[in-house]
Design a binder for this molecule. Structure first.
Ligand code: SAH
Length: 487
């Protein structure tokens, strides 16, 4: 649980840091933070003037203090600043109090919640500085494998997300609040909008908050287990205009359901489907297993690479469609298909990469763990009249081991694992299948580099690395890489 929990404004529902100035003693202004001396082995924190020498991979400023290397959130390279240094046992931390000499890369974050939220980490940097930071991070990580290409950037790096997620709760004075969790915490920061969300999604979340306030329906309380609504997940098909709203509730019984649905549809006739998802577990996972469609098809569609894809509530779908087009174009260029190849689309989600590849491949075999996503992928093949693609549900590693045991071969493996990367079962089987090319798409360059190491030791060379800025304002970066088998 974060120490931010002590900040009264989160429970009371006041807006944080409304002036949104650079963090000039912002935490003390709310009566929290280090000034109380707690966590400093009984002593007040030490105020120190420091200079920032660089950034960590998480975008935090690096400083030296008393022979120690410390990390300071929201501090930029070259800046001098006052920080409050606190010590608890052998653990020393530093918080930014005041920037004395700001960097020319510093901008006023457009989002009023930036300093409290943690969903974005880089809004205090201008766009060029953000891209430069991510490029340098990727360049340094990938150095043993070659120099990455220049990042594919986004022209309008806000309001890009097609998926938004709002958590509901009660403030101390028992008002319904909705927003995002503060970083590393389960404290809800009340928010009316998020600048990287689709604005329509936030409008709908706002309406739902209003409906809760005027009905007896209560938000769920994590501590007591009472209440109904936990989260609202909204998926927007940016090209189709279709909108799916998923009400994640602690119970399958929905008191006042008809009135709720009526009020929501009246305010937002643009919602094309509404889903009631039941999550009654003590978990940080948003979605539960059980799902009831309240109206509409329970899915939305969207278009990518000239094909139309059906997406369910629980299926993964890339969150930034503008940048996904660029990512997939690059992946297809790397796959260099001629119409004959057997292609494996591993970790295939709703089949996007595999189905786009199928147009220029001999056949495509997709594998994916999530049942709903596989069902979507099969539907998507039919919907787009793709006859040379088959999709299978299962663990990609196991699936590949079995393929290798049967002595099957593949010409191209396209893989797009989750953040933790792939595993040895998968990679060792890829090596046995002997594909000419591996196109490795990843949202986590650190695990991607780890997997490169394995593949390079086992007969593959990394030939090209293309970073794509899929998540502007955040530290996250996507990379697409081509590995070719040594002759
Ligand atoms: N290629 C897709 C999805 C990539 S996200 C796209 O571009 O949209 C990663 C996917 O891997 C998710 O759909 C997730 O459900 C799936 N996944 C996670 N672990 C897996 C495993 N062990 N085996 C197969 N798929 C897995």
């Amino acid at each position: 649980m974060s120490k931010r929990k002590n900040h009264g404004y989160k429970k009371s529902g006041k807006k944080p840091n409304p002036a949104n100035k650079p963090p000039v003693g912002k935490r003390q202004a709310h009566g929290g933070g280090p000034a109380k001396g707690k966590g400093t082995d009984g002593k007040k924190p030490v105020i120190a003037e420091v200079t920032c020498s660089g950034l960590t991979n998480e975008g935090k400023g690096i400083i030296q203090w008393d022979g120690k290397k410390l990390e300071v959130e929201h501090l930029l390279p070259g800046e001098t600043a006052e920080v409050a240094v606190s010590t608890k046992g052998r653990h020393t931390t530093a918080q930014l109090k005041r920037v004395i000499q700001p960097s020319s890369d510093r901008v006023e974050p457009p989002c009023v919640y930036f300093y409290e939220c943690g969903g974005c980490q880089l809004q205090h940097m201008n766009n060029e500085a953000q891209v430069d930071f991510k490029q340098k991070t990727v360049d340094a990580l990938m150095k043993p494998f070659g120099k990455p290409q220049a990042m594919l950037t986004m022209e309008h790096p806000y309001a890009y997300r097609n998926k938004s997620h709002t958590t509901f709760g009660l403030s101390r004075d028992r008002q319904v609040i909705g927003g995002l969790y503060a970083s590393n915490s389960h404290e809800i920061i009340p928010m009316d909008h998020c600048l990287i969300h689709d604005p329509k999604a936030d409008e709908i979340a706002g309406t739902i908050k209003g409906i809760l306030r005027t009905t007896k329906l209560q938000p769920y309380n994590e501590d007591t287990g009472n209440g109904f609504l936990r989260h609202v997940l909204i998926k927007v098909g940016k090209t189709s205009g279709q909108i799916m709203v998923v009400l994640v509730a602690a119970s399958s019984v929905f008191p006042g359901k008809n009135n709720f649905v009526k009020a929501l549809r009246k305010a937002h006739p643009e919602i094309t489907t509404l889903v009631h998802n039941v999550n009654n577990k003590d978990t940080s996972m948003v979605l539960g297993d059980e799902e009831k469609v309240l109206f509409g098809p329970g899915t939305i569609t969207d278009t990518l690479g000239g094909m139309e894809f059906v997406i369910s509530a629980k299926s993964f779908y890339q969150v930034n469609p503008v940048q996904t087009e660029k990512l997939y174009d690059k992946a297809m260029e790397m796959a260099d298909l001629t119409g004959k190849e057997t292609v494996i689309d591993a970790y295939c989600g709703v089949g996007t990469i595999g189905l786009i590849a199928a147009k220029t491949a001999g056949r495509v075999i997709g594998v994916e763990l999530n049942n709903d996503a596989v069902r979507d992928a099969i539907r998507n093949a039919k919907r787009n009249s793709v006859k040379n693609a088959r999709f299978y549900q299962g663990d990609a590693g196991k699936f590949m081991v079995e393929m290798a045991e049967r002595g099957e071969k593949a010409d191209v493996v396209m893989m797009d694992p989750p953040r933790k990367g792939s595993d040895e079962a998968f990679l060792s089987s890829v090596v046995k299948l002997q594909p000419e090319r591996i196109v490795y798409v990843s949202c986590n360059p650190e695990t991607q580099v780890r997997d490169f190491e394995y593949l390079e030791k086992n007969g593959y060379n990394v030939e090209e690395i293309q970073p794509v800025d899929m998540f502007p304002q955040t530290v996250h970066v996507e990379c697409c890489a081509l590995l070719v088998r040594e002759q």
